[in-house]
Design a binder for this molecule. Structure first.
Ligand code: UDP
Ligand code: MG
Length: 320
């Protein structure tokens, strides 16, 4: 098996990464060279950069790198910022079109340990279709991000999407997995859920996370919340079932209440005590209804997005 040589594509989503993109590409070319020398991947293995609508000189630097390193550097530029998930999907489908046996996605700031890529390739050669990078710890994350991420993975597990915690978008996927991805047309695809759900043979590799060397995190509270909500509604219908369950419980409760009221009226002949109960119940059920409507709204939003069938992104330029 060690004789096997694969064409590897490394995908890097970039959003305003002018400070790091050059050194990242050069480091990764070094990593590619190392694995090529060991005879594990072919010489036409390459790097594919997806510029997610950067406003700085990221794309200019990518073009310069292309001139320097030729066809080892490929890429595309979105006409505007679509977010990291869509940049990743564009990368995966882009390298599928160009051709590769396996593809690894890694962040432009190289926070993930690039030396794990060789281990990913080894696992791929041992037969895994997906090799998932698992962070050893979350030391580099802020307190807020660490705990919200933990809660998110717990919630996903409760809702039936059994993604391992500390999962990341640092992973290798095989050509076979890419062919399946191509058939998933939904706009709001959540990749971590998707690669887990398709159920191909998966290996896990632990890696160390480094602090971001330069520049700042491109995620904020709103984009993280949107990613989490998308992950949940795209992969789980359990919240809808919770609404149904709430409905059943409420109905049972109202039967008990009716029984009590009838008992008070016809047997005990006590007068209804009035305001307090009414107001509390009104407020409680009002709140419950709005909450449930909110959950339904989440799903409606998903349906709304899907039925429009818009393209996920529009590519402006492409280097092939
Ligand atoms: N990214 C992207 N589009 C976005 C936000 C981020 O392509 O809208 C890229 C970014 O350039 C980086 C990766 O996604 O390569 C991860 O982003 P970042 O390092 O800022 O996230 P963090 O490490 O803080 O989670
Ligand atoms: Mg980062």
């Amino acid at each position: 098996m060690s004789e096997q040589k694969s064409r590897l594509a490394i995908i890097i989503p970039c959003f305003n990464e002018e400070l790091v993109v050059k050194s990242t590409v050069e480091t990764l070319l070094g990593v590619l060279d190392g694995i090529i020398t060991k005879g594990k991947i072919t010489e036409d293995s390459y790097i594919y950069l997806v510029d997610d609508g950067s406003k700085d000189s990221t794309w200019y630097i990518i073009e310069e790198l292309r001139n320097l390193y030729g066809e080892r550097i490929k890429g595309t530029k979105f006409i505007r910022n679509y977010g990291n998930q869509k940049a990743l999907i564009a990368g995966l489908l882009g390298v599928r079109e160009i051709g590769c046996d396996c593809a690894v996605s890694i962040d432009a700031d190289l926070q993930q340990d690039e030396n794990a890529i060789e281990v990913f390739v080894d696992e791929f050669h041992k037969g895994a279709d997906i090799v998932s990078g698992i962070r050893n710890d979350r030391k580099t994350d802020s307190f807020f991000k660490k705990y919200t991420a933990l809660c998110f993975y717990k919630l996903m597990n409760i809702l039936g999407v059994k993604i391992p915690p500390n999962h990341s978008d640092f992973r290798l996927v095989s050509r076979h997995a890419l062919d399946i991805l191509e058939q998933y047309r939904e706009e709001g695809l959540f990749l971590r859920g998707f690669f887990h759900e398709i159920g191909l043979k998966t290996a896990y590799v632990h890696f160390n996370v480094k602090p971001r060397a330069l520049g700042s995190s491109k995620y904020n509270f709103f984009s993280l919340t949107s990613l989490a909500l998308n992950g949940i509604t795209a992969f789980s219908i359990v919240p809808l079932r919770i609404i149904a369950a709430c409905g059943v419980i409420t109905m049972l409760g109202s039967f008990l209440l009716a029984f009590e009221v009838l008992l008070e009226k016809y047997v005990l002949h006590t007068t209804p005590s009035g305001w307090a109960t009414l107001v509390i119940l009104l407020a409680f059920f009002g709140g419950l209804q709005i909450f449930c409507l909110g959950i339904i709204g989440e799903y409606l939003g998903q349906i709304f997005n899907e039925v429009k069938g818009r393209p996920r992104y529009i590519k402006g330029i492409e280097l092939k």
